[in-house]
Write a protein that binds this ligand. Sequence first.
Ligand code: ZN
Length: 316
Amino acid sequence: MAEPLFLQSQMHEKIWGGNRLKTEFGYDIPSRTTGEYWAISAHPNGVSIVKNGLYKGVPLDQLYAEHRELFGQSKSPVFPLLTKILDANDWLSVQVHPDDKYALEHEGELGKTECWYVISADEGAEIIYGHNARSKEELRDLIASEKWDRLLTRIPVKAGDFFYVPSGTMHAIGKGIMILETQQSSDTTYRVYDFDRKDDKGQKRELHIEASIDVLTIGAPANSTPVSLALENIESTLLVSSSFFAVYKWEVKGSVKMRQTAPYLLLSVLDGEGGITVDKKTYPLKKGDHFILPSDVKTWELTGSLTIIASHPNEH
Ligand code: ZN
């Protein structure tokens, strides 16, 4: 029987984390510095577990390895995407991620192109998105002389904003922002600057200046331009379609029948409640639920008042 795969996933504590994964989403969190919920993940640093149906209790990496038919017989050797919700109670480090080629060579895993849907942002919240150096030499000089204000590009953000962050982009999520991140399944980060912070043991986190300079691209990042389509009972916005993934926002009011056009879909309910009917069985949906619609789910019906972020990999 075709069924959605609901997931139970892991929290990650971070120096910059907060408690809004509990206060906003109702998740159990281990501490008041919880930064990330790896909501849909087969990455070894935090694997999701199926929590319903035939595959109840099976880790997503194992399911992907043993039942590739659920994932469109994908050729990707690892489950390619990772969906996270982040609570930035303070600035994340200013960082950059390598592309696939550099990451496979130096880290033995995928590179990391990511994108952010802003769930909420405090008044005045900002991100760092890109830098102002016009050459590698200038980049190296501005980093060495710690001229961060001159180097880094700050942008104000608000709820509903979207940013595409290709590998090689200088970036940091700012204080007071919650985002849903869709990314390649990778955990490689090169830190350029960490605001000279120390952890509770008085230690600064490691920086990776040489690797960062290797992988940082020169030139302003090109954000995507979301395109919305209003249909009966649903507004569907294509936030980005790149060579790694496509990401959509669906705003459902009422009832809408849909069909699978990608090999499979990753879905996250960011607001509202309702249900999804698959094979005549209705599963309740509420804010904070994350699930996969595998390849054998060909059609479904969404009902209620729901804001959903949906994504699928684009194989390249
Ligand atoms: Zn990042």
